[in-house]
Design a protein around this ligand. Structure first.
Ligand code: NAD
Length: 489
């Protein structure tokens, strides 16, 4: 669809944000990029002005109207009980895939460029779920718990994006990073859905690597990887590792992709240690801006700027964070001017970027009238057959088991008691240290069902022995346990 009003929302951000965003917009202006910018208020100063989400209502409206946010890094005030603006923005607008591109740039000296090993890795990080749900509770004064959501529809969304993007990129390989060997239900679901989507792309080599092994392989043989898709937290860590492979955070751009809103930002933060000195490297934000231009169909302008950037780097122009320490470093503005001065020039040592014509795209149409309910369409039977009670108890596991067994309804079984995930009753090791919070599992004999009301009624009895911290229901899904065993069970 042709966009008649190519407006985008721009938030400069905190710390070095204004310095690098001004430099990038200046480059865009000089390249005659046909976009209009609405500058919006988001970030630390907006929190401090009393907006608990870190953005003004006008800012939210602009982003939801234009569908594109170009943002500088933002700081979340520490210790004020507020959520990260960066994570909030990604989640509120359902930007479910975070695409991060890590590419060898000639002129940027790295271990791999010196060895003649080219790197071109795109990390797709799931952007909504996982521990980034930020659902944390203190169960006792000694014990904190974080819940980790991995959902079938959410995983399918990010995998479909990753495969489609890999196909467009002409990728030879797509790899799922995970920890399904340990987290069989959560990472297991992420991995299972990866292979479900892979079936629709028979021409693409799809494989998986456990995330710790992936890290080792990335630093020893990065050129073997192409597109890598990961759950949120693992994707965050692996993408900073990949930034290190290509010269550091100054060269790591990202796009947060959603169906209604896309957010383009550098991977790095506000760099408080160099703020106000005019020495920040604008390359990562500029590369994020080039992703934005290509997303909106501005291929010619993106190619003009990218070729000039590549030539600038090849010519040895650098900011203080990279490049030849023997040559003077450029300020942020001088670096931007050096790029502008090379408009029309091509890189000599790397392949010039040839623009592929594309129509201008609109992102401001077809807003949903109500929340979209993501449903995977999978129908399985669900039977409730027990519960895990998380209790505060300051004694030995045997004493807890003895007290609770005496209170059990006739056809219920106390199957396991664990501490920090390790079984300590009916069997266990005296060498397992315990904290003052146990997980007590009760199940109905055989596979009979139990009611939630019965469980809650029993909780009242349990409270005479130990304080209930929380309750998790145990489901049999198509007859299979929808819950993990305790370690050692
Ligand atoms: P950081 O990325 O800001 O800085 C890490 C190091 O990299 C610092 O030494 C910094 O000087 C350097 N660096 C980063 N960007 C640079 C650039 N463009 N040019 C030259 N050097 C650069 O990480 P941090 O110090 O851990 O975080 C600082 C703040 O940024 C925190 O408040 C954090 O929450 C926030 N943050 C925001 C985002 C975001 O907006 N998406 C991402 C990460 C961190």
């Amino acid at each position: 669809m042709q966009n008649e009003q190519p407006f985008i929302a721009v938030a400069k951000g905190d710390g070095i944000g204004a310095e690098i965003m001004d430099a990038v917009i200046h480059i865009f202006d000089r390249a005659k990029v046909p976009l209009w910018y609405e500058y919006i208020d988001m970030g630390k100063s907006i929190y401090e002005a009393g907006h608990s989400t870190g953005m003004t209502p006008d800012a939210r409206k602009a982003v939801e109207t234009y569908g594109i946010l170009f943002k500088g890094p933002m700081e979340t005030p520490k210790g004020k009980g507020v959520k990260s603006i960066n994570v909030t923005a990604r989640k509120v607008w359902n930007t479910y895939a975070n695409k991060r591109v890590f590419k060898t740039l000639s002129g940027v000296d790295t271990v791999f460029s010196r060895a003649g090993i080219p790197i071109d890795i795109t990390v797709v990080r799931e952007n909504i779920e996982d521990t980034y749900g930020g659902i944390e509770h203190q169960l006792t004064q000694d014990v904190a718990l974080c819940r980790r959501f991995i959902t079938r529809p959410g995983s399918l969304q990010v995998h479909r994006y990753a495969f489609e993007m890999a196909k467009k990129k002409g990728a030879r390989r797509i790899t799922c990073g995970h920890k399904a060997n340990i987290m069989k239900l959560t990472d297991g679901l992420f991995l299972e859905t990866f292979y479900e989507v892979a079936k629709d792309y028979p021409g693409m080599r799809a494989d998986d690597v456990i995330v710790d092994d992936l890290c080792m392989k990335l630093v020893t043989r990065p050129n073997e990887f192409d597109v890598v898709v990961l759950p949120n937290l693992q994707g965050d860590i692996v993408s900073d590792l990949c930034a290190g492979l290509v010269g550091g955070l100054g060269f790591a751009p990202s796009a947060n992709i959603g169906d209604s809103v896309c957010i383009f930002e550098a991977v790095h933060g506000t760099a408080p240690d160099i703020t106000g000195q005019g020495i920040a490297n604008p390359t990562a934000l500029l590369l994020s801006g080039l992703m934005l231009l290509r997303h909106t169909g501005l291929m010619e302008e993106a190619a003009l700027i990218e070729n000039a950037l590549l030539r600038t780097l090849e010519d040895g122009i650098h900011t203080a964070d990279f490049g030849n320490a023997g040559t003077a470093s450029s300020s942020t503005t001088a670096f931007a001017e050096a790029i502008i001065a090379r408009f029309g020039e091509m890189p000599v040592h790397s392949k010039p970027v040839i623009p592929i014509p594309a129509p201008m795209v609109s992102f401001s149409a077809d807003r949903p009238k109500e929340q979209v309910l993501l449903q995977s369409g999978v129908h399985k039977t669900q039977l409730l057959n027990g519960a895990d009670l998380f209790v505060e108890y300051n004694g030995q596991p045997n004493a807890l088991a003895e007290s609770l067994s005496a209170l059990l309804p006739a056809d219920w079984q106390l199957t396991t008691i664990s501490n920090r995930g390790t079984q300590v009753w009916p069997t266990g090791s005296l060498l397992t240290n315990c904290v003052n919070q146990y997980r007590v599992r009760v199940e109905k004999a055989a596979t009979a069902t139990i009611t939630a009301t019965a469980i809650f009624d029993w909780c009242k009895t349990v409270e005479t022995v130990a304080r209930i911290c929380s309750v998790e229901m145990l489901l049999l899904i198509d007859g299979k346990q929808g819950y993990s065993l305790a370690q050692g069970q």
